[in-house]
Write a protein that binds this ligand. Structure first.
Ligand code: UDP
Length: 234
């Protein structure tokens, strides 16, 4: 396996599957099986999950809710997704821990860095919920920060497209996929890989990012086998 410890970032929206809102049980099961296949190869796996399928901070203002309040609502949404993912992973026989950036002891553990690392060493899959616990951040920033904290070898950002393109492949048919890019190139070409906070954290800490299509069967495993199936940013 190409990496020993990975941080997998899944967006909340990816959990909707073909739906418009909420969590699609088939998608959840599909992800659980993809993750299991990688776990069986001995890879240590931490996961950050978004909340966009339930609530995003930016939705708040339209609803007359102040931004910070909305951000906390978004963070709680990621805990709901984390609980769903945890159940799905347990359903396929994996050991898991859900750790939250906001204390909610009846539901999950608080995030404690050393403890998270210990869980990983013991073969548990660690899901980080509630983002970093602060408003005005995103789960992409959470993914970068937690990956650095637990000394992950890579951030694997699962998306709907199979990598970073010269233009939006859903709009421009001539768009081509980069198989590799430097942080500098990505920045200069204004390629939207993650928000700037998340991107800069990875760049400054030499943490590679792979953008890949999480919905293509076996893709996660293939990438860890070293297949050129996404875009590697170093
Ligand atoms: N959020 C936050 N701080 C964090 C992480 C998340 O305030 O550290 C809030 C923010 O409002 C965000 C929402 O939680 O819009 C859901 O996360 P995100 O939009 O990153 O989810 P995704 O787009 O990956 O589904």
């Amino acid at each position: 396996m190409r990496y020993k410890r990975i941080l997998l970032k899944l967006s909340g929206e990816s959990l909707m599957g073909s739906g418009q809102y909420g969590i699609d049980p088939n998608r959840l099961l599909q992800y659980a099986n993809e993750i299991k296949a990688v776990k069986e190869k001995g890879v240590e796996i931490a996961i950050v999950i978004g909340g966009g399928n339930i609530f995003r901070g930016v939705m708040a203002e339209a609803a007359g809710i102040e931004r910070v309040q909305g951000d906390y609502m978004g963070m709680l949404a990621t805990v709901i997704n984390g609980m769903a993912l945890q159940s799905a992973l347990e359903g396929v026989g994996l050991y898991t821990r859900l750790m939250s950036g906001i204390k909610m002891e009846q539901v999950c553990e608080p995030f404690i860095r050393r403890r998270a690392i210990r869980h990983l060493e013991k073969g548990r899959i660690v899901i980080f919920g509630a983002g970093i616990g602060n408003p005005y951040f995103t789960t992409d920033s959470t993914a970068s920060l937690r990956a650095i904290e637990i000394q992950a070898d890579v951030v694997l950002k699962g998306t709907r497209v199979d990598g970073v393109y010269t233009a939006d492949p859903e709009k421009d048919p001539t768009a081509e996929r980069y198989s590799e890019l430097s942080f500098q190139e990505a920045y200069e070409r204004n390629l939207n890989i993650m928000d700037m906070t998340a991107f800069t954290l990875c760049q400054e800490n030499n943490l590679p990012i792979i953008v890949f299509d999480m919905n293509k069967p076996d893709n996660l495993l293939n990438i860890l086998h070293g297949e050129n199936a996404g875009t590697l940013i170093t």
